[in-house]
Design a protein around this ligand. Structure first.
Ligand code: PAF
Length: 290
């Protein structure tokens, strides 16, 4: 695996691969790679002839009081993790390569960004959409791999790629969890042992709601209540939101009639974590093909 820092180097490697007839895959990341990121890279390796990992801690997606300055940075570890998952190229640009002096453009996706994490992080998705649009233009991938843990981000990027005619297939990849259920996140490394234990409330709350759903519960308030009850039981956890929304439009729902996203965000100590599950009602027997 090769490591490059400039768009010119990236382009020359990608052009060479494309002229060999390779399909180009990209896994965009902010580094601090874990098994969740590696699952994106492995999937890209299976489906593409040339796999690029981008590593850029994007300042524009952090709010003024968020963790940009302390976000974990470990280029050597990330290079090892990318190589062992099968990447061909690691692109790690410095900030001025992505946002040169005088940079003045942003990409805004309306609607989808208003609720869920957009409510407490009002500028976050503009930063994400902007940097992902730039990374798509820099890499020019055929396929781009994103994790479903950042479900709202995934929907925003899908919409952005469709609205702006990016010729890229967005490939969603399932959440990867620790053996005890905690969704993998680069921010998990901020957690003290007590906080790490309390953080299990997110996946356990979702699990309690999933169990109710399996028993036939379709009422959003009851399903959200099951998550809240678990989170409120732990004083280290401060809930940001629990919401049930349509899995496609992200519009709030009162009942689960179609695939619905049950999403949670909470602060555990000073660390903000998110998790989600998609609840899929079985089709009515009348809906089945004859
Ligand atoms: O999911 C992430 O790590 C980031 O939001 C992304 C997509 C790499 C954009 O900076």
């Amino acid at each position: 695996m090769e490591l490059v820092h400039t768009t010119a180097e990236l382009r020359s490697r990608v052009c060479a691969a494309r002229s060999r007839g390779e399909i180009i895959g990209v896994a965009p990341t902010m580094g601090a790679l874990h098994a969740g990121h590696q699952s994106l890279i492995r999937r890209a390796r299976e489906e593409c002839g040339f796999v690029v990992v981008t590593l850029f801690v994007n300042p524009t997606q952090f709010g003024p009081n968020e963790d940009l300055s302390r976000y974990p940075r470990d280029l050597d570890g990330d290079a090892r993790a990318s190589a062992s998952a099968g990447a061909d190229l690691l692109f790690a640009p410095p900030p001025e390569e992505v946002y040169p002096p005088g940079y003045a453009t942003a990409v805004t996706v309306e609607g989808l960004t208003a609720g869920l994490c957009g409510r407490s992080r009002p500028t976050h998705f503009r930063g994400v959409a902007t940097v992902v649009a730039k990374l798509f233009n820099m890499v020019q991938p055929d396929r781009a791999y994103f994790g479903e843990k950042d479900y709202q981000q995934l929907q925003v990027i899908r919409r952005m790629a469709r609205d702006l005619d990016f010729p890229v297939e967005i490939v969603p990849c399932p959440i990867v969890r620790e053996p005890d259920g905690l969704a993998m996140s680069s921010r998990n490394r901020y957690l003290s042992p007590e906080e790490r234990q309390a953080a299990l409330g997110l996946s356990q709350g979702l699990g309690a709601a999933e169990a109710l759903f399996e028993q036939g519960e379709r009422d959003a308030a009851a399903l959200m209540g099951a998550v809240r009850a678990v989170l409120e039981a732990d004083s280290l956890v401060r809930m940001d939101y629990v919401e049930l929304v349509d899995a496609d439009s992200l519009a709030p729902q009162e009942r689960v009639e179609a695939p619905a996203l049950l999403a949670v965000a909470a602060h555990v100590g000073a660390t903000r974590l998110i998790d989600n599950t998609v609840l899929r009602p079985a089709p009515e027997s009348g809906d089945l093909e004859p």
